[in-house]
Design a protein around this ligand. Structure first.
Ligand code: HEC
Length: 135
């Protein structure tokens, strides 16, 4: 009597997805600009100084709450959805937002503040429908 012993081993596929776990404040990996991009430095500054409270995809920041029930008081506006201009950002940086209540004043100063303001003016509001009437 022949006995066929068929051993089949399912090779454990190491299909562990390289989960892009980009925890806030864990570096610059998620920044969507090339390091050669003129905005890259500002994106890093934003990520490090503003990203804990504000959301902006291009700077790999998700500080704003997306769920109203989960909103913390410090959550700032989501810059994917809100357009800003240079003067408004400089004002907010100097004065701690528009209300002065939550956002710290002068997190950035001088050239860094200017760079981030120009960067935000360019990249904020990208989720809003582009078209007429902007501004
Ligand atoms: C501690 C959390 C916190 C940090 C850090 C922070 N912000 Fe804010 N920011 C807020 C909050 C909250 C508001 C909304 C309330 C207000 O305007 O005072 C705000 C408002 C703003 C506004 C006004 C937006 C609008 O249209 O109403 C701008 C621009 C802004 N922040 C830019 C920045 C920049 C640039 C940085 C980094 C240099 C930064 N913020 C860092 C919390 C923060």
């Amino acid at each position: 009597m022949a006995r066929l012993l068929e051993t089949r081993r399912a090779a454990p596929v190491a299909a562990v997805l390289a989960a892009a776990v980009l925890a806030a404040g864990c570096g610059q990996e998620g920044i969507e600009l090339a390091e050669s991009d003129p905005g890259y430095e500002a994106a890093v500054l934003f990520n490090e100084n503003c990203g804990m409270c504000h959301t902006l995809d291009v700077a790999a920041s998700e500080g704003s709450s997306t769920d109203a029930n989960d909103a913390e008081r410090v959550d700032g506006p989501n810059f994917n959805q809100r357009r800003e201009d240079v003067q408004a950002v400089l004002y907010a940086i100097r004065n701690g937002g528009f209300s002065g209540a939550i956002m710290p004043e002068n997190i950035l100063t001088g050239g860094d503040a200017q760079r981030v303001a120009e960067f935000l003016a360019r990249y904020a509001g990208q989720d809003t429908p582009s078209g007429s009437g902007g501004g």
